[in-house]
Design a protein. Structure first.
Lengths: 116, 115
């Protein structure tokens, strides 16, 4: 059981370049999430997918798009990277978007992205 | 608005001593969940412990316990018998029933365990 995996681990982009961050989970979870982590700000939700076939905006969606490719995979795309998108990106998954302890979110190892 | 507050940017604790990391929250929801995560210097987010708003008993997981005081809206993490490997950032988080079921995170507390 790998849990939640993310690729790549590190990436450097130039302003205006595009890239896709990949995320996969093998826990048979229905819900998946993308967060960004910036110093002094905790984690902020970018997009989430409550179940296969659905995606919704979080609190900081501008400049990003997502695709829930299947139940296992949820990708995050930066169409035209900006220096403000320099951050650490975490993918997470949970059984559902319910309230119980069994709906705890489990995180991937993160992707450290730098936009020059 | 839902909010999580962690007021201790940094904490020190002697190895083998207990330490309490503070967390207060603000919500008008009756149903919510509280979580603590650990982030070591390697960067991954590790789930530690969960407390539901209707749980009457404080949650415990090994050396971790959650001191849940619902009336005061606090959910402090207690780590007993600190170990050097406990040195990390600790994030308190809350999940509430309104909105889009997201988890709101605090800004974290950096714990350093001194040998």
């Amino acid at each position: 059981n790998a849990g939640v995996t993310q690729t790549p681990k590190f990436q450097v982009l130039k302003t205006g370049q595009s890239m896709t961050l990949q995320c996969a989970q093998d826990m048979n979870h229905n819900s998946m999430y993308w967060y960004r982590q910036d110093p002094g700000m905790g984690l902020r939700l970018i997009y989430y997918s409550a179940s296969e076939g659905t995606t919704d905006k979080g609190e900081v969606p501008n400049g990003y798009n997502v695709s829930r490719l299947n139940k296992r995979e949820f990708s995050l795309r930066l169409e035209s990277a900006a220096p403000s998108q320099t951050s650490v990106y975490f993918c997470a998954s949970s059984r559902t978007t319910g309230m119980g302890g069994t709906d705890t979110q489990y995180f991937g190892p993160g992707t450290r992205l730098t936009v020059l | 608005a839902q909010k999580i507050t962690q007021t201790q940017p940094g904490m020190f604790v002697q190895e083998k001593e207990a330490v309490t990391l503070d967390c207060t929250y603000d919500t008008s929801d009756q149903s919510y969940g509280l979580f603590w995560y650990k982030q070591p210097s390697s960067g991954e987010m590790i789930f530690l412990i969960y407390q539901g708003s209707y749980d009457e008993q404080n949650a415990t997981e090994g050396r971790y316990s959650l001191n849940f005081q619902k009336a005061r809206k606090s959910a402090n993490l207690v780590i007993s018998a600190s170990q050097l490997g406990d040195s990390a950032m600790y994030f308190c988080a809350m999940r509430f029933s309104g909105g889009y079921q997201k988890v709101t995170f605090g800004i974290g507390t950096k714990l350093q365990v001194i040998p």
